[in-house]
Design a protein around this ligand. Structure first.
Ligand SMILES: [Zn+2]
Length: 371
């Protein structure tokens, strides 16, 4: 294992933050798998799973079982880690601008521009390597002004040439689920069966250029630009993994999740000697089939269903009770499918989102991710 640390440039005198990436395997070995956790800095199930994964990678290295290259950034967001307000961590948005740390990544296809003209051939493998080199060169030209944009750039400088990119998050209260593009469905299924995901939400473009999309959309865009002349494969599989809820942080669960990530690393050829993926294939639904239920009034929330429950349109999912009016109103399911996530707080204001139900039928288009 080797480690690389980079310091973000100080945004105010006397301050500096450091990001660290640990790498197992030879420098040019393939496949390269990149994993990070804690991009939303108040989500610790992913970093704890990576803690346990790193022990397993050390063991695999001692036994000579690292056949590819595995990069792990266990805490991807040192800016967010320090954002505490009134004794609560605020890790989702940059507090200065309220921009989501998982939106607005550099558009690699746009940055590459015309750089690939005259470089591509009719060999897809050559083109894959050429595209990765162009991504690296384009990122080296970017000069970010703000610290969060510098953080976005540094992460992509570690990840842009990977064959697989896994971004470990969690939700508020949720089942283990993941987001993926439709470009490499066999890998989506492999990941689901490796980690035991209970639901996959699939969409080519979700909007906002989240970290996962920033690694898949450019390959699709460049393939379209050079279609009919030069073949460009979908050179990166990327997924956002939602490791249940914010409170689901314990060593036994994280150790199991790490073991399952090793199964995935084995299945794609980055390590050897792992078990085969053995979990059943979960439902794979379109992201546009995931819809939100909203609070009919402010008040106390009491749930009738848990994440993982199958529900039908119109089912009562929860009640919101206003003790001042002595009025209790139902929260109805907006779709037929799986209640896969709910909000953390047992108190709500009128009109706030409370939970999501995912089904087979597409009910939303356009910008599909929350802010
Ligand atoms: Zn997150």
């Amino acid at each position: 294992m080797r480690s690389e640390s980079v310091s973000l440039s100080a945004v105010s005198p006397g301050s500096s933050r450091t990001m660290t990436c640990h790498v197992w395997g030879e420098r040019e070995a393939r496949p390269k798998v990149y994993l990070h956790g804690g991009l939303h800095a108040d989500e610790m199930p992913g970093p704890l799973a990576l803690w346990h994964l790193m022990d397993r990678l050390d063991e695999a290295e001692r036994q000579g079982r690292i056949t590819g290259q595995v990069s792990v950034v266990p805490l991807a967001n040192p800016i967010g880690l320090m954002q505490w307000v009134q004794n609560k961590p605020q890790g989702r948005q940059d507090l200065e601008t309220m921009r989501n740390f998982n939106r607005g990544y550099p558009d690699l296809a746009a940055l590459v521009g015309d750089d690939l003209d005259g470089v591509l051939t009719d060999d897809p493998d050559h083109n894959k390597a050429a595209v990765r080199a162009a991504f690296g060169a384009a990122l080296a030209r970017v000069a970010p002004l703000t610290e969060p944009d510098e953080l976005r750039l540094r992460l992509m400088q570690w990840s842009h040439d990977a064959d697989y990119v896994l971004d470990l998050h969690c939700d508020h209260v949720a089942i283990l689920h993941l987001y993926a593009s439709g470009l490499r469905p066999a890998d989506t299924e492999l990941l689901c069966r490796s980690i035991g995901a209970e639901l996959a939400l699939v969409q080519d473009v979700s909007g906002g250029n989240a970290f996962d999309e920033a690694h898949t959309a450019p390959w699709r865009d460049l393939a379209a630009r050079h279609a009919g002349r030069h073949p460009i494969p979908a050179g990166c599989f990327s997924s956002t993994l939602e490791y249940r809820g914010q409170g689901d942080v314990d060593d036994a669960t994280a150790a199991r999740d790490a073991e399952n990530l090793m199964v995935f690393l084995g299945a794609v050829g980055a390590v050897s000697g792992t078990a085969a993926p053995a979990h059943p294939l979960p439902p794979l639904y379109p992201l546009g089939g995931a819809v939100e239920a909203f609070a009919p009034q402010g008040g106390i929330v009491t749930w009738l269903h848990c994440p993982g429950d199958r529900v039908a349109t119109g089912d009562t999912l929860a009640h919101v009770s206003d003790p001042t009016k002595r009025q209790r109103l139902p929260v109805l399911s907006p779709a037929t499918g799986i209640l896969f996530r709910r909000e953390l707080w047992p108190f709500v204001m009128k009109g706030q989102g409370m939970c999501h139900v995912a089904g087979e039928t597409i009910l939303r288009q356009g910008h599909l991710l929350s802010d």
